[in-house]
Design a binder for this molecule. Structure first.
Ligand SMILES: NC(=O)c1ccc[n+]([C@@H]2O[C@H](COP(=O)([O-])OP(=O)(O)OC[C@H]3O[C@@H](n4cnc5c(N)ncnc54)[C@H](O)[C@@H]3O)[C@@H](O)[C@H]2O)c1
Length: 353
């Protein structure tokens, strides 16, 4: 059972932590099943204003309380942390409200709509003494983790260049309206560009020196959000990265990255959606003949379970930081925002730090 005392467990605890899931849209409902699979936490309440969305969930999970207003969930003493699966424009408000209520925060990516919002959220969490982690899942995908392990082993020398891409069907008619308006956190940069930045910063380092970008609306110019992006990042280490994303009406799907090292190459792919000709895996190229060699990789995707378990374990241990470091969501947003500034100004943007 969860504790009945006010939460804010900013120290070691063996207690089962109480979870409030905020939002049950396209991804939210699945978090109930995710928490049911992990150790050390249980869902006590779900907040979702759309009755039609929660009706089947209520039937499936009779032991869980359902409320329409997330403030009710935040007022519950048995809630230790929230899982925020909300429209991006609501991330800042929900996270700050949760911090004020003394609840730790696990917020779906991206951390917020702007860098300034990220800073407000981090300040609120710090003031309240709660943890704030942005759920950047990439490091929990076996193929991404394996690619990083191969690169970090040093067997292929030093990483010098990255080419990361995500080309996928756009399907705007299937998306909630907010996903098609940049001001509300819509567009492929917010949705998918943040995944690409997450894995690139995780693997290549968080020392981006400058960003140049072409960001645009090519397949659906009538929509007020981007569907394409080509970013060029220079790192202080000397590494260079190109991140390309293309949401198509007619096209083909490709999801992955190529990593270029001084003694070889690493290729990482994840099969995405229904497109033919895709495979999930990691390959290396380290011979003069130039043939790819597949590296064994466990491709069971339990990424959300692994990510929430890691978050819960870190809270129960009373770790100083979260498994995806608290600043990481902000760092991702800083580069995404710089890419938009580069598009507006036509110039390379220097990252000040
Ligand atoms: N990691 C991944 O691979 C992945 C995949 C999909 C979505 N996401 C992320 O998950 C989040 C949610 O995306 P989605 O596709 O589920 O969006 P969605 O619009 O389908 O769902 C959001 C839900 O929040 C609800 N909501 C709105 N206001 C609320 C409030 N005040 N209180 C409680 N609930 C409220 C809406 O009714 C809706 O059901 C986003 O951050 C998105 O980027 C991540």
């Amino acid at each position: 059972m969860t504790g009945k005392t006010p939460a804010k467990s900013s120290g070691k605890t063996t207690r089962t932590l109480g979870v409030a899931v905020l939002g049950t849209g396209r991804i939210g409902g699945s978090y109930i099943d995710v928490v049911n699979k992990i150790k050390g936490a249980e869902v006590v309440v779900v907040a979702e204003p759309r009755e039609e969305q929660v009706a089947p969930l209520k039937k499936k999970h009779p032991g869980i309380e359902f409320v329409a207003d997330y403030k009710e969930a935040l007022a519950m003493p048995e809630v230790d942390f929230i899982i925020g699966t909300l429209p991006h424009w609501l991330h800042k408000k929900a996270a700050i409200d949760a911090a004020k209520a003394g609840k730790h925060i696990y917020i779906e990516k991206p951390m917020a709509v702007t860098l300034a919002e990220c800073d407000e959220m981090l300040a609120a969490a710090k003031k309240a003494g709660v943890k704030l982690m942005t759920a950047h899942t990439q490091r929990y995908y076996p193929a991404v983790a394996k690619a990083k392990a191969v690169i970090d082993s040093g067997d292929l020398g030093n990483l010098v260049m990255v080419y990361d891409y995500w080309h996928k069907p756009y399907q705007p008619e299937t998306r909630p309206k907010w996903m098609l308006d940049r001001k509300l956190g819509g567009g492929m940069g917010q949705m998918d560009g943040t995944h690409q930045l997450d894995r690139t910063l995780w693997i290549a380092g968080n020392d981006v020196y400058s960003v140049s970008a072409k960001v645009g609306s090519i397949t659906h110019p009538e929509l007020p959000c981007d569907d394409t992006g080509m970013l060029f990042l220079r790192f202080k280490s000397g590494i260079a990265a190109t991140l390309a994303r293309f949401a198509w009406d007619k096209g083909a799907t490709e999801y992955g990255a190529d990593y270029f090292l001084t003694k070889g190459m690493v290729r990482m792919r994840i099969a995405y959606g229904r497109g033919q000709g895709q495979a999930t895996g990691v390959w290396i190229g380290d011979t003069p003949q130039g043939t790819w060699k597949e590296i064994p990789c466990d491709n069971n995707d339990n990424s959300l379970v692994d990510e929430v378990q890691a978050f819960v374990d870190s809270l129960r241990r009373g770790d100083a930081d979260t498994p995806v470091p608290q600043m990481h969501g902000r760092n991702v947003m800083e580069i995404l925002e710089a890419s938009e500034t580069s598009q507006e100004t036509g110039r390379e943007v220097i990252i000040k730090k």
